[in-house]
Design a protein around this ligand. Structure first.
Ligand code: GDP
Ligand code: MG
Length: 283
């Protein structure tokens, strides 16, 4: 297996995206900050939060269909206890994105009232921000009922900013920005599992070994059932071998094919086929 690579999640274009965000947020009345419910704390970019400091931020706990209702409840309660405005949503459901729209309207309510008194009829603008692949473009499409923004299950589908008008609000779709440091390697791994980091720069086999170690702790039952494993009381590499053999990822001579099996396991995880798994019920 390849030597383990540290995740470098801040390529040059991310620095540029960050500067662009700083510029564009000045044009906006507020921000919809989209989090991936499977890794909500790793989804937060502290540098961005500084940029957004004087704008109302509505958090969307998106992809909440991929975690358990109990986990979602805990996360929502924690954010609200910190005074943050958050809605739990499935970005593919109109009733959920409507909730988000209401939260945005409410976040600019005072401004709207002042405008009304002054006789100003202004469209409110929100930046849809967050790390890549959290569902920003999907939310915009669901809100509008049309495919206005391009979506796809990998990082980097949205390449540039785009304004989208939805009746009385305008949304700015953005490519997303990553945290600008690698200080928290654990968060880095979570982001890699969920597809927020471009797979091309990842060591998938090393990542899968880490994922197996983590699943053994946080979702032993789901992991065991999914791959019909008899015994989890082994080293991650031995479990990786077991999954390879159970799934038939074996090449001529009986050697296991870690590469193909790693991709299959990561894909199962991302599509929710292992179970409803949240890597960060707590920060
Ligand atoms: N299960 C689930 N998938 C979602 C949800 N929102 C978005 N997706 C999927 O996540 C992937 C990335 O979505 P996209 O909107 O392109 O993310 P963006 O990079 O943040 O704009 C797509 O395959 C979407 O179908 C959700 O709430 N639940
Ligand atoms: Mg997008």
């Amino acid at each position: 297996m390849e030597n383990e690579k540290k995740i470098n999640w801040f390529p040059g274009h991310m620095a540029k995206a960050m500067r662009k965000t700083e510029e564009d947020v000045k044009l906006c009345d507020g921000v919809i900050y989209v989090l991936d419910a499977r890794a909500p704390y790793a989804s937060i970019n502290p540098k961005l939060m500084k940029i957004f400091l004087n704008k109302p931020v509505v958090y969307a706990l998106n992809k909440s269909d991929l975690i358990s209702p109990e986990a979602a409840k805990k996360i929502i309660a924690d954010f609200r206890a910190k005074g943050l405005n958050i809605e739990r949503i499935d970005g593919l459901l109109k009733k959920d994105t409507d909730k988000l729209k209401l939260a945005c309207a409410s976040a600019v309510k005072d401004k709207a009232e002042r405008n009304k008194i002054k006789g100003i009829n202004k469209t409110f603008r929100f930046m849809v921000a967050g790390i890549p692949n959290t569902g920003k473009s999907t939310i915009i499409n669901t809100m509008s009922g049309k495919k206005k923004a391009e979506t796809g299950d990998k990082a980097g589908v949205t390449r540039s900013n785009k304004w989208i008008r939805l009746g009385d609000i305008e949304l700015l779709d953005t490519p997303g920005t990553m945290p600008p440091s690698m200080e928290n390697q654990r968060y880095g791994e979570h982001l890699a599992y969920i597809g927020a980091i471009n797979d091309d720069i990842l060591d998938m086999e090393g990542l899968t070994l880490k994922l197996i170690a983590e699943l053994k702790e946080i979702a032993p039952k789901e992991f065991k059932e999914k791959y019909k494993l008899e015994d989890l009381d082994k080293e991650p590499l031995a479990l990786f071998d077991d999954v390879c053999r159970k799934r038939g990822y074996v090449v001529k001579g009986g050697e296991v094919d870690y590469g193909r099996c790693a991709r299959a396991i990561i894909d199962d995880l991302r599509k929710g086929r292992i179970g409803k798994i949240c890597f960060e019920v707590e920060a």
